[in-house]
Design a protein around this ligand. Sequence first.
Ligand code: ADP
Length: 404
Amino acid sequence: MKVLVINSGSSSIKYQLFDMLDKSVLAAGLLEQVGEAASRLTHHFRDVHGAMLKTVKTQPVENHQAGFELMATVLKESGTLGESAELYGIGHRVVHGGEKYHEPTRINPEVIETIRQLIPLAPLHNPPNLLGIEVALAAAPQVPQVAVFDTAFHQSIPPWAFHYALPQHLYEEHHVRRYGFHGTSHGYVAKQAALHLNSPLESLNLITLHLGNGASVTAIENGRSIDTSMGLTPLEGLIMGTRSGDIDPAIIFYLGSQAGYAADEVESLLNKQSGLKGICGVNDMREISRLANKGNETAKLAIDMYCYRIKKYIGAYYAALGRVDALVFTGGIGENAADIRSRCCAGLSRLAIEVDENKNGRQTRGIFEIQSPKTPIKVLVIPTNEELEIAEQTVERIQINTLL
Ligand code: ADP
């Protein structure tokens, strides 16, 4: 049972081909710099003996259409997918599903039109997502295709948490509200936490911290998202690689009136030049840790600020939930940076959150627990796998639709 997962960005196409019988990865690839003179495709695939091999192709790829054709060619050449008819389904990552989509949805012309109408809310993401869907539908019209939305998991957030304190007509006419993102990742690690703890997800209260280049934290009550740090856009909340996260909104007007910034310059500043990069000039946490260990003051400040912001959110979501069963770290930083995990939880033992430094330092593959034996709240490190979650949701959705 082969399922192809596609994440189509503005200048890149990521894909993974799964065998859903054993959930193994048959092939995975990244095509970068679509539309530029030297596009580069890195393709990993499993050969007949089960070994993972890699091929790299550097050639001009004019557009997404050509990109998908190249993907189909390498899948065929590597013997992982002869033709599209072998596919049980295709799952597409779609960033914004607005208020309409609470769950993965089988793609049809109406769904395509809705994703198009949502472009103003995600102008950088929904257009390339849509392009991926259109090209895949044209190439494989007989294969069921499913849209899996980053926002869907957060549609359970109640009104008092999703509204901004702005005039109501802005919500009614312009859809200004908190949507939240990274939903596929938060939902996936929540399910994994439930399996690991051997408790039904519906009875678990969790705080999930997705700390990658983008970063967000979600409060999960009885298995459902009740609040999350990203808002109308992925700019709000935690400090990220290049995004500021929460700031006083008046800074924007101040930059306009006092520092001569135009609106689009402020937007770019907050999204691309701020966050860790703005504080210390570097956005890669490994490099920042290295600099901080060598005594670099701005790198140390960046880590202090990063962890402090996370800790504030842990406190806020603890209060929102009232009872927390587990704290979950995921994403490149959450899964690998033991010192960051430790700093985010430092001083929280009165809240029954305490990290055992031995366990925390013993980095293992897969899921591991790092809480101190004295404390009831579990602190878990759970590798995220958004692609597998999209593949699973794709299968589930196709099976439900078949039964209907
Ligand atoms: P994305 O959001 O693009 O998927 P990732 O989840 O891969 O990103 O996270 C990227 C971040 O994870 C980078 O800041 C990187 O430095 C950090 N990271 C990866 N491995 C480590 C590590 N061993 N220690 C500290 N940070 C790490």
